[in-house]
Write a protein that binds this ligand. Structure first.
Ligand SMILES: *Cc1c(COP(=O)(O)O)cnc(C)c1O
Length: 394
């Protein structure tokens, strides 16, 4: 066999391999493992969206190759969503491209901009695809820290000028996975100014913009004055409509970036299945009560998880958005050791913070995407194992 290409070898090691092996061993031994590790909605796609897909699958035209940039009808639905939700006008023909899930665009945007050795500014902790896409493109991630004392927002002024000058893309993500942090329009305005100063393309991952609680409505980066000239925003049907398996998202914003992504995609994939795009139009334009119901369900789970962790000794505020809790590990544990301890002793899986970068050390992520009864059971087991915890270091 020939040797693997360097770009694949350069990918960071897969940090969950050891814990996944442990889970597999436990399951094989008959242990009932509850996973709080997976960020994938447990509820089905709403009925009216499934109904649209059933209808569209009978239309022979939809069985053919789609266009790689996506159906105009879907891109128009995205433009109308932006107008309705954020008051932002978008040209569906030139400022929106359909994606096979936002993940593909997040990975491919680096291929569109990075030459070998070029820098991508990447949050740490962060969704692993930002660095992965940059590395596969031959680029080099420069990790900037997200720290609790700054509300997990980056301190852009701490990025060395020389680094910012050399970088071509900047990834940000609010509401944030894994920290559940949110960003204000003021912060986004700072990002626009920073991007102008250093001639960067801002890539904002807005996957959780519709998963927010207690009346909070997260802003769009793209709707920030000047953002459309320096950035694109990745949107996804996955989280608001429980459509992770359907693979549908978009990139919107800066014309040049949208055009490049479309051109790039036409050489790699042939676009999203039209049945799925029709279903996406239905999701965006149909009744939105399903989103409210989903949010209400996550809020109920969030509140019971926050209450349980508080009883154990955590000082935790209920997150304003996303379906995650990002918590410090108790004294005496590394992130990995704590996650291993919970699998061994409680049969519960949490994600060690280091899976999202070095600055994730000292934290773990809990996902609320499992049936409420199972979540309760998991929390009881954790309490049985941990009792009261202490946090000298916090
Ligand atoms: C779930 C998620 C996405 C969405 O990915 P899709 O490819 O659209 O399913 C993007 N970014 C983050 C941070 C996520 O957690």
């Amino acid at each position: 066999m020939p040797a693997a290409a360097q770009r694949v070898e350069n990918l960071p090691p897969y940090l969950f391999a050891r814990i996944e092996q442990l889970i597999a061993e436990k399951r094989a031994a008959g242990v009932d493992i509850i996973s709080l590790g997976i960020g994938d909605p447990d509820q089905p796609t709403p009925e009216h969206i499934r109904e649209e897909a059933r209808k569209q699958i009978e239309v022979p035209e939809n069985h053919r190759y789609p266009t790689s940039r996506g159906m105009l009808a879907f891109r128009q639905a995205v433009a109308r969503y932006y107008a309705r939700r954020f008051g932002l006008e978008l040209d569906p023909e030139q400022e929106v491209v359909t994606l096979i899930g936002s993940k593909e665009g997040i990975a491919f945007i680096s291929w569109c901009y990075l030459n070998p050795g070029d820098l991508a500014l990447v949050p740490d902790p962060g969704y692993p695809v930002y660095a992965g896409g940059a590395i596969l493109a031959g680029g080099v991630p420069y990790y900037f820290p997200l720290r609790p004392e700054k509300g997990f927002l980056p301190s852009l002024e701490d990025i060395p000028t020389e680094v910012a000058r050399q970088a071509k893309v900047l990834f940000i993500n609010y509401p944030n996975n894994p920290t559940a942090a949110v960003a204000s329009s003021d912060f986004f305005a700072e990002v626009v100014a920073f991007a102008r100063d250093f001639d960067l393309l801002v890539c904002h991952d807005a996957a959780y913009v519709e998963v927010a609680f207690d009346g909070y409505r997260p802003p769009s980066f793209l709707a920030t004055p000047g953002a459309k000239e320096v950035g694109i925003e990745f949107g996804s049907l996955s989280k608001p409509y429980n459509m992770t398996g359907w693979r549908l998202g978009w990139a919107a914003g800066c014309r040049e970036a949208v055009e490049l992504l479309g051109r790039f995609k036409s050489n790699i994939d042939s676009g999203a299945f039209q049945v799925v795009q029709h279903a996406g139009v239905k999701a965006l334009e149909g009744p939105q009560e399903c989103v409210e119901q989903m949010v209400a369900l996550y809020r109920e789970r969030r509140d019971l998880a926050v209450a349980a962790f508080r009883e154990m000794g955590w000082r935790v505020e209920p997150p304003k958005a996303t379906f995650y809790l990002w918590l410090p590990v108790p004294d005496g544990f590394s992130s990995a050791a704590f996650a291993t301890h919970l699998v061994e002793e409680a049969g519960v899986v949490v994600t060690p913070g280091t899976g999202y970068g070095r600055n994730g050390e000292g934290f773990f992520r809990v996902s609320l995407t499992l049936p409420t009864a199972r979540l309760k059971e998991a929390l009881q087991r954790i309490r049985r194992v941990l009792g009261k915890v202490s946090f000298a270091h916090v």
